[in-house]
Design a protein around this ligand. Sequence first.
Ligand code: GLC
Length: 625
Amino acid sequence: MVDDDTTFRLRLDRYGPELLAGLQGAYGDAAPALFERLTGLMRTAFAARPGDLRVLDDARLLTPDWLQKPDTIGYVCYADRFAGSLAGVAERIGHLKSLGVSYLHLMPLLKPREGDSDGGYAVADYRSVDPRLGTMDDLADLAATLRNDGISLVIDLVLNHVAREHEWAARARAGEQTYRDYFHIYPDRTEPDAFERTLPEVFPDFAPGNFTWDDEVQGWVWTTFNSFQWDLNWANPDVFAEFADIVLFLANQGVEVLRLDAIAFIWKELGTDCQNEPPVHDLTQALRAVLRIVAPGVALKAEAIVGPQDLIAYLGQGEHYGKVSDLAYHNSVMVQLWGALASRHTRLFEVALSNFPAKPPSTTWATYARCHDDIGWAIGDADARGAYLEGRSHRAFLSEFYAGDYPGSFARGLVFQHNPVTGDRRISGSLASLAGLEAAIEHDDAGQLADAIARINLLHTFVLGFGGVPLLYMGDEIGMLNDHSYLQDADHAGDNRWVHRPRMDWAEVEAAGANPAGPSGQVLAGLRHTVGVRRRLPQLHAAVESRVLPSPDARVLVLTRDHPEGTLIEVYNFSEDAVELPSYVLHDRLGDVATEQISGYDYSLLPETVRIRPYQPLWLTTRPW
Ligand code: GLC
């Protein structure tokens, strides 16, 4: 008979060693005592885990690849901007289902500080919900409602920092040493200056430097992001214990995936850029083990917007293989998509993907074209050289292009955080505005309109086809344009990322449904159709990697997904030209005739070339399929 005690003991036997090893990596000799303390926390949380979530745990244990299946579709939105409140979200499930959504990331919804809260990323209380959205009970209710509809609730776990108004920070200011030790606080500039020598700046415009003087605490506080976001001292085991408890609390509300916000930054080491330090992975391993013991239905997603060689470690390399996050954002694909669209050239994309280290097969990329953040041109100099480009000038070109300043640019973006030292100019803007829809409407030009819609469709199709959890960003499904109303809100006006965080235009969703020939209608219908195609293609299971096939035409990217049930070849034309692609690349793998899955048409691969329309994506399999 498997009673609760037996289940807990079995899981502790299985994951206890991973937990201890993770803790030892970060805390050395302090690990065993922390392990004991955590065992107590885990027992309590396990006993409190509601029955329906235990059923979920069992279901997940039976289907460990639940995030990898082709029918996994993600959607990302702000609860208030999407539907007013948490209760409102439940009323919009129909729209989500019409897009095949099975994974819903609601942007920060825990209680933030008042005023500017960096879009909720300055959390004042992890155990209550932003009162404007609802209560913790509402969150648990929503999670259950979504689950009944086959949708997993995803929320942020902000673990690099808390709001200056969080109780821990308040108690540190009140002089409690225990809580001062939760943060990095220095009496003078000696240590901050020593760290600054190797630290980059995340928000050079509105929060220069990485430390903020605080009168009340009488010290320099480490604040990587905004001055009101106090970095936590994860070298303190108490901080780990606090977060383990928070994570279990949120898991027991029914949250199914936790997005580990800014995870790369949590460990500080003098003389480094304080990102991707090895203990970050020890800590993730330990957090995951805690979850696997109490709530194995819950997965972790790393938000590490870092270079490829550093990124892969978040999915587990070396000793951490298979033991850290289940998911990670594929920032590189996002950047390369926009890069290829601007340059009508896919060599750099090919080089970047070919140089990308393989991921552990049990882990999954989150693929996306847009999110709530800006686009930083994370293109490695070596990759650029491999494509006969110079990194800095190519990055400058992309900024200029997407700011709409480059001659002939179709984009309408805004420069975010110009850093004169590095030359970096990141870009804000909605998917549709960056892809040319805003300019096309402004110019009232049918040709430009068709190209813009085709670009949006290409981006969505790529995100659905790369393998992984595709994340659709709210509003993009109807091609929503930049929204400048943020300038009227004092808390948002200084941060132009709000230009691509609009309120959902439900009237336009209806119009799109009613008129599939209009721009929003075409975007929505195209997306829904391709989602349907994706769901039935086993080749899109995320355990399989997309690999580059050298393309005979620089405007076209060719990928192959070699699945035991058959090969899928994906062809993407990143230009407004109709391309005659030499067919041997396809013929070699697919034979004389292939079926194009998006259109349902058969393509003869016997002629010398295959004609690809401007911005057309093709998903080709052998026939019959
Ligand atoms: C992440 C979020 C970003 C936020 C930052 C600080 O990068 O995506 O929006 O500003 O973390 O929390």
